[in-house]
Design a protein around this ligand. Structure first.
Ligand SMILES: [Mg+2]
Length: 274
């Protein structure tokens, strides 16, 4: 995809995220908007995974550790053809499989996630399996900065370096906010780069809302042979909607009809200006 096409995709994804959150009257708005560009680049430029190869053992794996921002994942999976977009009309409805966290009952979802600190350990196990089976697939996991303090992450980090998992890439959506407050106030995990380097990972930083920068850096995987890759993606929570950006209440705030109209008009204007 061209740079412009990728940027257009991000805007369309953001519009759909808001559309289905408003329809469901529930969702994790700010975090879905912060990680949209990361998912866009992974699914449209980097990963070898599609509805056609999803049952193949050779597919790349994506495990969304920050499962609560499932709306971003669902919108991208629908766009890639894993299921009809109309299915998202049932988001958060009784008996729908499209609930507030990823579940394997939805085509294209690799793992059930949402309990924080679990995605990386699963990804490490999946990457070890790939090495044992002599497969060339890669494993990607997207983590929130708010889940960094979970102890299971650090056990997994040790294991990944020990087993030299250069088929593994962990990306942290570093929007610097979590449900109740800035992450630095809840449990400060900075400096992330030094910590992960000291655990034996190859670490890079990128603007996580810049699709061109994301594409360039993810094309360079693994960052170092014989090491797992850790990408610190600096993002803005609520990205793309002025009144949501860096505002805590939009962690799981649902826009009113007027707020939704304003968000859509802003995103339409962004589309025009691309
Ligand atoms: Mg966060």
């Amino acid at each position: 995809m061209t740079s412009k096409e990728l940027k257009q995709k991000s805007v369309l994804y953001r519009k759909n995220i808001l559309k289905y959150i408003v329809k469901a009257k529930a969702g994790h708005t700010g975090g879905s908007l912060s990680c949209t560009d990361i998912l866009n680049v992974l699914y449209n430029e980097i990963m070898n995974v599609s509805p056609g190869n999803f049952s193949s053992p050779d597919r790349d794996r994506y495990i969304q550790s920050k499962g609560h921002t499932v709306e971003a994942l669902f919108v991208v999976l629908a766009d890639k053809g894993f299921f009809p977009e109309e299915d998202l009309e049932t988001l958060c409805r009784y008996q729908s499989h499209y609930i507030g966290h990823p579940t394997k009952k939805v085509n294209g979802v690799e793992q059930n996630t949402g309990a924080l600190g679990h995605g990386l350990p699963i990804a490490v196990g999946t990457a070890i399996a790939g090495k044992l089976d002599e497969k060339n697939y890669r494993v990607f996991t997207l983590m929130g900065d708010g889940e960094m303090p979970e102890g299971s992450n650090w056990e997994a980090a040790l294991s990944a370096a020990h087993y030299k998992l250069d088929n593994l890439c962990a990306i942290v959506d570093k929007n610097s906010l979590q449900i109740t407050a800035p992450t630095a106030e809840v449990c400060n995990t900075d400096p992330l780069d030094e910590k992960w380097k000291s655990f034996g990972w190859a670490v890079r930083e990128v603007d996580g809302n810049d699709v061109d920068a994301l594409k360039n850096i993810l094309k360079a995987l693994p960052f170092e042979a014989g090491k797992p890759s850790f990408l610190i993606a600096g993002t803005t929570k609520g990205k793309g909607v002025s009144y949501m950006e860096n505002v805590l209440k939009w962690h799981h705030g649902v826009p009113s009809a007027e707020e939704y109209d304003l968000a859509v008009s802003e995103l339409n204007q962004t589309l025009i200006e691309l």
